[in-house]
Ligand binder design. Structure first.
Ligand code: SF4
Length: 329
């Protein structure tokens, strides 16, 4: 019998090569959660359709994301790793849940408003219904826990409301209200030091890049804007390089930077070089495993197909209960 204490679900977009924000904010946490929970991790290709207009790269990006997850330490023999569109039950549950979801709730969600602002030429139904599909993803696998960053909390609260509405409407308890589990590093800023790290903003640092490329990206990072000359004292509290040092640099070195920066004892160039070195070192094992896995793409797809089979078994069991509760013939 399993000694794990609950079921975790999370979906990750097939954005191709992951960046440091994905890694620190989600993937590292995914790996750690496997020790305590039965985990189901889904590469959400259907979600990607709401914003991706050119789908030519979708297959390759799904594969690259699987490579990143496996290289980071996802253990497919215990964790279910699969592709969202390989489990058609999720779209059936999405339809059923949409019947207990007031449209105003969806259009009021800040994430919808933001997306509608970003792509005014393509405010499609999928964009409005996105949180319902996300709710279907979560509840289909009898999830207890969803790991989230701060910006996702509203979606999980929304899922809980949808579950309550469904269970109330059909006088049942077949769907479980998931709990949130805050991730340790909720927000990683990009090299611009302003916005959340993101590929579309081109402020990212790719984790699978060559060490020299990583070094170049780090050297482009914006630091304390008040520190103009090398002789100016800096303020690590407002510097994104320092925030990342705090995560990836040994505590002793981070403490040294904290002191030396304030009295101009260390310059930003040396500080960034130190960070780039630490980052490349931290990513070395990941990069080696990734290169190894990439030798055999068929084995990576096999992992995803096996995961999808296991996911479909759980999903179909849930749908039997859902159809029964709804009264579908
Ligand atoms: S020395 Fe380091 S911590 Fe200080 S401002 Fe420069 S990059 Fe940031």
């Amino acid at each position: 019998m399993s000694s794990k204490i609950g079921h975790v679900f999370s979906g990750i977009r097939p954005t191709g090569h992951s960046h440091l924000g994905n890694y620190l904010g989600a993937i590292k946490n995914y790996v750690a959660l496997q020790d305590e929970y039965e985990c189901v991790y889904c590469i959400v290709d259907l979600h990607a359709l709401t914003t991706v207009e050119d789908t030519l790269d979708l297959r390759q990006n799904t594969y690259e994301m699987a490579l990143d997850l496996l290289a980071a330490g996802i253990r497919p023999e215990e964790t279910i790793l699969f592709v969202q569109s390989h489990v058609p039950q999720v779209t059936e549950l999405h339809t059923i849940l949409s019947m207990v979801t007031p449209i105003g709730k969806l259009t009021d969600l800040p994430t919808f408003k933001e997306k509608a602002r970003q792509q005014p030429h393509n405010v499609n139904y999928g964009l409005v219904g996105y949180p319902v599909l996300m709710a279907a993803d979560i509840v289909l696998y009898k999830t207890d826990i969803v790991p989230v960053g701060v910006d996702q909390a509203a979606h999980i609260e929304f899922t809980r409301e949808v579950v309550r509405s469904f269970n109330y409407r059909y006088n049942t308890n077949v769907l479980i209200e998931p709990q949130m589990k805050n991730t340790e590093v909720p927000k990683v800023l990009g090299i611009d030091g302003k916005e959340k790290m993101s590929k579309s903003l081109d402020n990212h640092i790719e984790i699978a890049a060559m060490p020299e490329e990583t070094r170049q990206r780090v050297m482009m990072m914006v630091t304390d804007p008040q520190r103009v000359k090398r002789s100016d004292p800096g303020n690590p509290d407002v510097c994104n390089v320092f925030s990342l040092h705090m995560i990836l640099t040994p505590a002793e070195d981070a403490a040294m930077i904290n002191v030396e920066c304030r009295r101009a004892g260390i310059g930003c160039v040396d500080c960034k070089k130190l960070f780039a070195g630490n980052l490349n070192k931290a990513l070395e094992p990941f990069r080696a495993r990734r290169a190894d896995l990439a030798q055999n793409p068929t084995a990576v797809w096999d992992v995803l197909h096996n995961g999808s089979r296991r996911a479909r078994t759980i999903a179909e069991q849930t749908m039997v209960e859902v159809r029964e509760a709804v009264g579908l013939p």
